[in-house]
Design a protein around this ligand. Structure first.
Ligand code: ZN
Length: 357
């Protein structure tokens, strides 16, 4: 259809609308609405629903604006921490291409370097050997650069950073960390600060490599690890050092509250755009979380059961999430990593259901 045909049809519809109005009063009453009604009608019949790009969709959600459909994401570990960064990038990109999600949450499993001559940290002297590192995860940065290049700006990606408490726990042990907190809180704070300064350097490099922000995985803000007073006193500062490094350079920082007894209420003031938590594990639905946190929530899918959920159950989880948020300020995602050995099927179902929603 050429332009003059289209104009003719437009005028015909306009005339039809006028004929439908049987009095001058009706004309005055509806006059202002006519062009809108017709334009809307044209839009619906002539062009498909406006589809947003992944970046537009994610950014719109962060601004609290309407979206064509919810953005979604999921992730798991690939077990490639002993392979070069190229392999990790390859696995991440293949996973993204298979499931076509809107936001790539890059897993980060390369271990934090243990000071030379040590296998594990156990004593005060061991801790004192820790130094601030300029680039603690070089293979991860290599992977991020490849991911950035290959994504070609089609989808935003965020870099996972495990909080310094978790890093310190991996360098030593759970028991060592609890003992350090109870017996030498000053040394604990110093250790966390050193690791966080290294992580802050890593965060800056990740942003330079093209990341939209960081996904800060916080596992200790959970009553099963420590109560919230202890957390605020000993650990929170080390999270803030990392987030501070991204200030003004990232638009998508995500705080991941790991666990079922998380300190949600005291975490809502973190300088992040998004909080990711487990709706099913904590038992706190999205509508309740929305009242507590004014930013964007990320969650709604049951990360534990997802591997065995059928289409109708997945659809119901998605519908509940839509209902609780009215598609505003939500990135549909599991509350944590999905099982590493999950079959493709449930994830493909999620993709299809969300893309059609
Ligand atoms: Zn988690």
């Amino acid at each position: 259809m050429d332009q003059s045909d289209e104009l003719k049809r437009f005028l015909e519809r306009l005339l039809t609308m006028f004929h439908m109005m049987n009095s001058r009063r009706d004309f005055l009453k509806y006059g202002g609405a006519i062009p809108w009604a017709i334009l809307a009608g044209r839009g619906m019949s002539a062009t498909p629903r406006l589809q947003m790009s992944k970046i537009e969709r994610v950014k719109a959600v962060l601004r609290g604006e309407r979206v064509d459909r919810l953005p979604f994401s999921f992730w798991h570990h690939f077990g490639l921490e002993k392979s070069p960064g190229e392999k990790h990038a390859e696995a991440t990109l293949a996973f993204y291409r298979r499931f076509d999600f809107d936001l790539v949450k890059v897993m980060s499993d390369f271990p934090y370097p243990v000071p030379k001559s040590l296998d594990k940290i156990a004593t005060k002297e061991d801790w004192e050997q820790l130094e601030i590192l300029k680039n603690p995860f070089p293979e991860q940065i290599k992977a991020l650069r490849i991911i950035h290049k290959e994504l070609k700006g089609q989808a935003p990606f965020v870099e996972t950073i495990f909080q310094s408490w978790t890093v310190a726990e991996k360098l030593s042990s759970r028991e060592t960390m609890q003992k350090l907190k109870d017996q030498n809180p000053n040394l604990l704070k110093k250790v966390l600060r050193v690791i966080s300064e290294s992580q802050a350097n890593h965060a800056r490099l990740a942003l330079e490599a093209g990341a939209a922000g960081i996904f800060l995985a916080v596992a200790a803000a959970d009553d099963l690890v420590m109560n919230s007073q202890d957390y605020l006193k000993f650990v929170r500062e080390s999270d803030l050092i990392i987030l501070e490094a991204t200030k003004g350079r990232s638009y998508l920082n995500i705080l991941h509250l790991h666990g079922n007894k998380v300190h949600f209420d005291s975490s809502v003031t973190y300088p992040v755009q998004v909080i990711n938590y487990s709706v099913h594990g904590t038992g706190m639905d999205l509508a309740t979380a929305k009242k507590k946190f004014s930013g964007t929530l990320m969650g709604g899918l049951d990360e534990v059961k997802i591997a065995r959920l059928g289409e109708s159950e997945l659809r119901s989880e998605i519908q509940q999430a839509i209902l609780a948020t009215q598609k505003r300020r939500l990135i549909l995602a599991p509350g944590c990593s999905v099982p590493n050995d999950i079959a493709d099927e449930p994830l493909l179902k999620v993709r299809d259901l969300v893309q059609k929603s």
